[in-house]
Design a protein around this ligand. Sequence first.
Ligand code: MLT
Length: 209
Amino acid sequence: MGEPTGFIHRFEPATAPGLSPLLLLHGTGGDENDLLPLGRAVLPGAALLSPRGRVLEGSMPRFFRRLSEGVFDEADLTRRTHELADFIAEARTRYGLPAPMALGFSNGANIAAALLLLRPEALAGAVLLRAMAPFAKAPEARLSGKPVLLLSGRLDPIIPADNAAGLAATLERAGADVEHHVLPAGHGLSQADIGLVEKWLQGRRVQAV
Ligand code: MLT
């Protein structure tokens, strides 16, 4: 795919009408190919837009810099969040898409949460898989009714339970319609995650196209 937007990405057009496009955001060390099978599985027929994070940690792509595990370079995070929001706007024009639903895992879920807080217009909502609070002090945001599914792992060694609960509370305070489940899982995804995402997205099949 050409890169006028500055993000290497994959795009798969919709093959069924009436579905929200999915913006697939991979975890650390992933790329634009990683979440395509997940996207196809949880919302068959939806358009898939899947960028590769532009930051490298060693050889591992990420969406923003971190100072250590779970400690983020917030200036870089802010800059990268705006870049990603601009990419989404350009891709929507280029491919003729409504605002997408983010489906992010780990580092990708964290930048999806940052998008909700800094550029809420970029997303129709978000599925956040193993997300943590992206900012130490959350920016004020107006998320009036935006749907968010947050799935955390009770045994996740990277994300403390109170951090994920704090993110859910921040998004709720901003007006988002948040569903938060804590699963008997670690940082990796389980079959239960996939089932919950599928069910949650099916309840939203009538997003405008
Ligand atoms: C992050 O850096 O975004 C989180 O620590 C999750 C990760 O990517 O390991």
